[in-house]
Design a protein around this ligand. Structure first.
Ligand code: FAD
Length: 448
């Protein structure tokens, strides 16, 4: 694990150490009562890790740059579950010791449990969705109440309520009522969590509005795919790594003013403009074609760890894309074309029909000018005149870009995948079956 990741994880996990030390100092007699001590340690740990959730969900760049937002959101979900479990055990022990449980503690637990279950069901691609009846129930609720992703995010923000009750609850604890330093530490931690929340929800949008991006073109790539080119009013756009993504909020007429994530499809060798290439899948993406040149767009980013520049240079790189999953890979490819034409790189791109191969002409230019580049398009619904590969991404196709005499060097080849969930699952399975080490397989999910 890289050093900075280790450091941030250490800070996260050890953050309860300070309040625990002060609590023990305020109540030294707890050292002689292991059960009471355990309950206190669990309670403080649950509180601290829960407060840390606000820091994670505020997309802090200092940590995100080392993990990637998708990993951080998954960690956020996992730690919320861990924290509520600790809080539950804490409450059970306290109940067995005192014979009662404060209302604030009960409310905190119940409301957090509801928020977490809601997020696992409706916001995340969580383990719960592997259970068939859970998925069916989820779809039923979404259909019945016409739930939009942003409505669900709004519900998730109700987490502020149990958080406030939780702060009240810890301030009523014996340690806090008996010790001023303890109260100050609780205020400090809660204040830090709230500070990150306020920055994320209020300050960042204000900052973005002060430097809005302008649409400089909207180009149709295929019947259901378009590319929006954006420029910053300040001249250059921000620095980013090829493969990263942004959150975009369009402010034009007849578009939805919602924040949605999109990979950057342009290459950072040209910082005069930034392009996002979007496939129509729902309400928001369908209306993007209403964007007009000159419209304002808010851009928050860059985020994500999915970039070949985050890893040591390897002997070869294989990009495997499914449909619109080409966008982050195209950004990396464009960057390689601009900066390192000698790179050994292959692109396997599975799409449905020939018009879905947007950028085929540009990729043919890469083929001509990059001597070690190979391109294998695969169509699942090919016309009679198609001379290339048909079907789906298979081991046979992957092996074609990994000739046998180079197999001994297989560990030096990195695989970058992006596409629909089923395609990714199957391809990762194939790669692992071919003996490719998990550390050489990197992927981006188009779901946070
Ligand atoms: C890191 C990342 C990079 C992406 N890059 C691209 C890209 O380059 N090109 C592209 O076409 N698509 C990309 N997507 C997917 C894109 O964000 C969704 O297709 C889009 O948000 C769908 O919105 P909708 O309202 O049109 O469709 P809906 O039918 O409402 O949503 C379809 C699915 O998209 C997700 N989604 C919807 N709204 C949001 C939101 N506000 N925030 C997060 N997820 C949401 C949910 O999983 C939802 O089930 C990316 C997604 C992620 C997470």
């Amino acid at each position: 694990m890289n050093m900075k990741r280790f450091l941030w994880l250490a800070i996260y996990f050890l953050s309860p150490a300070i309040p625990i030390t002060f609590a023990v100092a305020a109540m030294p007699y707890t050292l002689g009562d292991p059960i009471y001590l355990l309950s206190m340690v669990l309670g403080i740990t649950a509180f601290t890790w829960m407060v840390n959730q606000f820091v994670i969900s505020a997309r802090p760049k200092f940590a995100e740059a080392h993990f990637g937002m998708d990993r951080m959101y998954r960690f956020h979900a996992l730690m919320a579950l861990v924290s509520i479990t600790l809080a539950f055990v804490h409450s059970r022990i306290k109940f067995s010791l005192l014979g009662h449980q404060p209302l604030s503690g009960q409310l905190t637990l119940i409301l957090f449990a509801l928020v977490i279950i809601f997020a696992l069901l409706f916001l995340l691609n969580s383990f719960l969705l592997k259970i068939r009846w859970v998925t069916e129930l989820r779809q039923f609720v979404i259909r019945t109440f016409a739930l939009q992703f942003n409505t669900m995010v709004w519900f998730h923000n109700l987490t502020l309520l149990p958080s406030g009750i939780m702060v009240y609850h810890v301030l009523q604890s014996t340690a806090a009522t008996e010790s001023l330093p303890m109260r100050m530490i609780y205020f400090l931690y809660a204040g830090a969590g709230l500070g990150f929340y306020v920055y994320h929800k209020l300050m960042r949008p204000i900052r973005m509005r002060m430097n809005p991006y302008r649409v400089i073109s909207v180009q149709t790539e295929a019947s259901n795919v378009l590319t929006v080119a954006l420029a910053s009013q300040r001249g250059e756009v921000f620095r980013y790594k090829p493969g990263q993504f942004v959150f975009m909020t369009p402010l034009g007429e007849n578009v939805l003013r919602e924040e949605h994530p999109f990979s950057i499809s342009s290459s950072p060798d040209n910082l005069q403009r930034l392009t996002l290439t979007v496939k129509e899948v729902g309400d928001f993406t369908r209306r993007l074609k209403n964007l007009r040149v000159g419209d304002k767009v808010l851009i928050d980013g860059p985020y994500g760890y999915f970039s070949h520049l985050n890893y040591p240079k390897s002997e070869g790189v294989v990009f495997i894309a499914g449909g619109i999953g080409i966008t982050p890979l195209m950004s990396m490819l464009r960057f390689m074309y601009a900066t390192d034409k000698g790179q050994k790189v292959a692109l396997i791109w599975g799409v449905r029909t020939q018009p879905d191969l947007i950028w085929a002409d540009e990729i043919r230019v890469f083929e001509k000018e990059m001597p070690r580049f190979r391109f294998i398009p695969i169509l699942s619904q090919a016309d009679a005149d198609w001379k290339g590969e048909t079907g789906f991404i298979s081991e046979g196709v992957i092996r074609r870009v990994q000739p046998e005499h180079e197999e001994k060097k297989a560990s030096d080849v990195d695989y970058y995948l992006c596409g629909p969930p089923v395609m990714m699952e199957k391809t990762i399975h194939i790669l692992k079956g071919m003996g490719i080490a998990p550390r050489n397989i990197r992927f981006e999910r188009f779901a946070l």
